[in-house]
Design a protein around this ligand. Structure first.
Ligand SMILES: *Cc1c(COP(=O)(O)O)cnc(C)c1O
Length: 218
């Protein structure tokens, strides 16, 4: 069994989606997985995402997984499948505007700060609540909120990572119950990377973002 098949089997047994994180890797590496039927790929730099979208097969679902600057939204708006790391109201309104220009509805995940480390992007729980409140009171026509995304601390401390993933899962469940009980689109919890995707799946992840385990170290 190839490493792709192994990770895919584990991911699918939890009814989750595997996003192959191909940042810094050349098209030949991506095609190798594509030829084994992998269709979801993730990038964190807009220019690289656009270049790869233009040169690779058009049935790939492209995920923007990293921090996104407002002034770059226009480049990915025509084709992006899902934007994972949305962490401000200003970014949401920019995505709305660019999606409308392209006559598209763009799917997004709201990034929640679950790690202890200061450096990580993401919304605090109260900021999240404010944004969800706004979005559900006055929905934006070209934005589809599909769930939450988070990044655990970069640590070997298994218990800490587990706590952080569990925080994202319980936050998702709470938001779902209060704001989206009848909304079938709000269903994704994007968490888990090469080092912790199994733990993330056990904690309720529906989408893992795996790079180095599939493509080798960067
Ligand atoms: C690079 C990256 C990943 C994948 O990391 P690996 O440890 O290589 O699996 C996942 N999510 C985000 C946001 C990333 O930037």
């Amino acid at each position: 069994m190839s490493i792709l098949e192994l990770i895919k089997t584990r991911t699918e047994s939890h009814n989750a989606t595997l996003v192959a994180v191909s940042k810094t890797k050349p098209n030949v590496d991506i095609l190798e997985l594509y030829n084994q039927n992998q269709r979801h790929f993730g990038e964190n730099r807009v220019q690289e995402l656009v270049d790869k979208y233009e040169s690779l097969p058009k049935d790939i679902y492209w995920h923007q997984i990293g921090h996104l600057q407002k002034n770059k939204v226009k480049y990915i708006a025509p084709f992006v499948h899902l934007i994972h790391a949305v962490d401000s109201w200003e970014l949401i309104t920019t995505i709305q505007k660019e999606a409308a220009k392209n006559n598209r509805i763009i799917s997004i995940l709201l990034q929640v700060k679950i790690a202890e480390e200061e450096s990580k992007f993401g919304l605090s729980l109260s900021e999240l609540e404010v944004i969800i409140h706004k979005l559900t009171n006055d929905p934006l026509a070209n934005i589809l909120v599909c769930g939450l995304m988070g990044m655990a601390s970069f640590t070997d401390n298994h218990d800490q990572v587990k706590e952080e993933f569990t925080l994202l899962k319980t936050t998702f469940d709470r938001i779902k119950t209060i704001y989206f009980p009848e909304n079938e689109s709000f269903k994704e919890i994007s968490m888990g990377m090469s080092g912790d995707y199994l733990l993330a799946l056990e904690c309720g992840s529906t989408m893992v973002r795996v790079g180095s385990l599939l493509f080798g170290s960067r």
